[in-house]
Design a protein around this ligand. Structure first.
Ligand code: CTP
Length: 415
């Protein structure tokens, strides 16, 4: 971990809670790992631990006020210098201010200027942590991409015990290192599109043609891409999964709606990963009134083909590459029940994609609705990688590793 922090510039925002004394320990740990640390204290924080403590530990003045160095526009400069920012402890009050954009002191004004990864380490009494206002504020900040570390369950001020204790210094150091590592990979600063879930093709107001996809694989891919610092659009069919933090979610029902959402987003994207189990067929016509079993002849359901979104993207990519205008790295998923590699290679060619992730959907521990998967990742360049039974999160990491290896090194690349 020391290696990943060495030479990096960490902004440490400290707000006013008893856990502020642990922020001094965090500053020390960061310095020991080779980082430079700029501490900023709210007025409340300075009541708990004086700026001299942080200045002594970091070798830099610990600022408290916007106006101490007004002609240098301190908050803007401090934000620009930061490779990563960690707010520890983050009180309920600080989280509320950050969530709504209040910038009334140096800590909050600097936050409002940050473009680097942000970590929030909440610490407060259980009642405050569990209050709906705090829950909503944390959700807002997480949706915007902040990493929330802790709080832990344990001893709190005043002899109370429960959730609300600042995460351990070790956990915070690891999270800072992890945020820095993710932000310096090839996916950082890129824009990717992920699809997830099934599509539902309506027959009448109560029935549809669909499949058993849960959306878990696509959501895991979106989460992993966001963790790597990418801007992520997730286009998902119907699922019961909540919006992942830091991801723009577009919810659709049908294959045609998915196509209409994906094509514009794919233009100019660096990668498109299509984990959605798109229905290949839809009812030829939609019956606006519920089909009645006695009054209607429902023994025949006429189906028509849906657009193949991935194949369309493959054709577009082929055209763009021929014109030398660049195209996103395209990844398809293939749900198979037999002859995995043969079908996978065939799909890779037919759809004109760069990578295909072949997964068996007929096993109890892989495929639909479960948290694990096993796969065969095939590349158009002839590569072949077997992924044993792993979590969908781990498979997502394998897929993005393969995408990163295929991203052109251009001016958009952060690496
Ligand atoms: N896909 C798509 N649009 C469709 C059907 C599939 O974009 N109308 C995408 C899926 O998101 C997935 C890949 O194509 O990434 C593979 O889908 P699959 O249904 O397994 O392949 P098919 O080409 O339909 O082949 P088959 O049904 O013969 O297995």
């Amino acid at each position: 971990m020391a290696g990943s922090l060495a030479g990096r510039h960490v902004l440490l925002g400290v707000s006013g809670g008893i856990a502020a004394y642990k922020a001094a320990e965090l500053a020390r740990g960061l310095i020991k790992a080779g980082a430079t640390v700029q501490a900023l204290l709210t007025e409340g924080a300075a009541q708990f631990v004086g700026p001299a403590t942080f200045a002594g530990l970091t070798g830099r003045p610990a600022h408290t006020g916007v106006f101490t160095d007004a002609h240098h526009i301190l908050h803007v400069r401090l934000a620009r210098e930061a490779d990563v920012a960690v707010f520890a402890p983050a009180t309920a009050n600080l989280l509320a201010k950050l969530a709504v954009g209040v910038a009334d002191d140096l800590v909050t004004s600097t936050y409002a200027c940050l473009t680097c990864p942000v970590l929030l380490a909440p610490a407060m009494h259980t009642e405050m942590w569990q209050h709906q206002a705090t829950v909503d504020n944390v959700a807002t900040l997480a949706r915007r991409g902040a990493r929330v570390v802790g709080p832990d369950d344990g001893d709190l001020a005043g002899g109370d015990v429960g959730p609300g204790r600042l995460a351990s210094v070790d956990a915070l150091l690891a999270a800072v290192a992890e945020a820095l590592a993710a932000a310096s990979g090839a996916l950082a600063g890129r824009r990717v599109v992920v699809t997830a879930g099934p599509t539902h093709e309506p027959i009448d107001p109560v029935r549809f043609v669909g499949n058993r996809s849960s959306g878990k694989m696509g959501f895991a891919l979106a989460v992993e891409a966001a963790r790597r610092g990418s801007s992520v659009d997730l286009v998902t069919g119907p699922t019961s999964l909540a919006d992942p933090p830091g991801v723009r979610v577009h919810r659709v029902e049908t294959a045609v709606q998915m196509r209409d959402a994906v094509l514009p987003l794919a233009a100019g994207a660096d990668a498109v990963v299509k984990a959605a189990a798109v229905a290949d067929f839809r009812p030829a016509s939609y019956r606006a009134q519920k089909i009645k079993k006695d009054a209607d002849d429902a023994s025949q359901l006429e189906l028509v083909r849906n657009p193949d979104i991935l194949a369309e993207l493959g054709q577009l990519a082929g055209r763009h590459r021929a014109e030398g205008t660049g195209a996103p790295v395209l990844v398809g998923f293939a749900a198979e029940t037999d002859l995995e590699e043969e079908h996978g290679r065939d799909k890779l060619r037919r759809k004109g994609v760069d990578l295909i992730v072949v997964n068996r959907v007929d096993a109890v521990d892989a495929g639909f609705a479960v948290d694990t998967n096993r796969a065969l990742v095939l590349g158009a360049d002839g590569t072949r990688m077997e992924v044993p039974l792993v979590s969908k999160a781990a498979l997502a990491a394998v897929v993005w590793d393969a995408v990163e290896a295929r991203l052109p090194q251009d001016e958009t690349g952060a690496s």
